[in-house]
Design a protein around this ligand. Structure first.
Ligand code: 13P
Length: 288
């Protein structure tokens, strides 16, 4: 199946009350693991690519070609969107040119008028090409790809304005953070999320910072309109722990255990496990 925009899968999720996972990819093993898990779960999925990960994987064209070839060879039948995560204006256009099926333009650091103007421009560009667009209001705290933010809770009125521009999905800062949550984290601001859900005309809402959010909070967020949940750090930690376990057990010193295909395999399996767990938590298995 060719790549699809995230529009239909997220509108369906919003209507039926579950969320589709966005799992960020970092290399070939990651991509294969997420696609394999999605196919086994018969779940729609979104592959997230940050600008930094895009550079690491030798550019958006390389990523796009790799994902498309892999889907064909693995015979992936579930809906898959290839999505730019937290993109600049220029990166969003570059990803559309490179064959991504979905982009996030993150204008949350601009004053709201500028965020609106730039989001509108990306929507116009993406719409005629059938590409879905995610926009952001407020901001997500924590650190991702070297970018650190305090996090700012979104203003529901600004969310309403941005949601009315023809975007596909809206990310709103509600106390969520990229990376691990600190001990003293106050939790998601459910009051604000609920208000945003009520003022944005049933648009699918996006929850960034999906790592480490308690299960009950995830379920509550979905009930207020969250239809896409982004997960990155949790897969990274699981991958690192599994590969460390292999090396600490000296398995790389036995026979041809140093072969990267063997050495990285436990990491690959760990990603499949995490992705499947998250899909079950989000309610997306069987929704392909
Ligand atoms: P985590 O790394 O906290 O899972 O967040 C991922 C994310 O929000 C990507 O945009």
């Amino acid at each position: 199946m060719p790549l699809v925009s995230a529009k239909d899968m997220l509108n369906k999720a919003r209507k039926e009350g579950y969320a589709v996972g966005q799992f960020n990819i970092n290399n070939l093993e990651w991509t294969k693991a997420v696609l394999t898990a999605a196919e086994e779960m018969q779940s729609p999925v979104i592959l997230g690519v940050s600008e930094g990960a895009g550079k690491y994987m030798v550019g958006f064209n390389t990523v796009s070609a790799m994902v498309k070839a892999m889907m064909e060879t693995l015979n992936i039948t579930v809906p898959v969107a290839l999505h730019l995560d937290h993109g600049s204006f220029d990166a969003a256009k570059a990803c559309i040119e490179a064959g991504f099926s979905s982009v996030m333009f993150d204008g949350s650091h601009y004053p709201i008028d500028e965020n609106i103007a730039k989001t509108k421009e990306i929507v116009a560009y993406a719409e005629e090409r059938g590409i879905s667009v995610e926009a952001e209001v407020g901001s997500i705290g924590g650190e991702e790809d070297g970018v650190t933010g305090e996090g700012e809770v979104a203003d529901p009125e600004e969310c309403r304005q941005i949601a009315s521009l023809g975007i596909t999905m809206l990310a709103a800062g509600i106390g969520n953070i990229h990376g691990k949550y600190p001990e003293n984290w106050q939790g998601l601001d459910m009051e604000v999320l609920k208000e945003i859900g009520e003022t944005t005309d049933k648009i699918p809402l996006v929850l960034h910072g999906g790592t480490g959010i308690p299960d009950a909070m995830v379920a509550e967020a979905i009930s207020y309109g969250v239809s896409k949940i982004n997960v990155n750090t949790e897969c990274q930690i699981a991958f690192a722990e599994a590969v460390r376990g292999y090396i600490e057990a000296d398995k790389d010193k036995v026979g041809k255990g140093f072969d990267p295909r063997k050495l990285l395999h436990p990491g690959y399996e760990a990603i499949i496990r995490v992705v499947k767990e998250k899909m079950k938590l989000f309610g997306s298995p069987g929704k392909a």
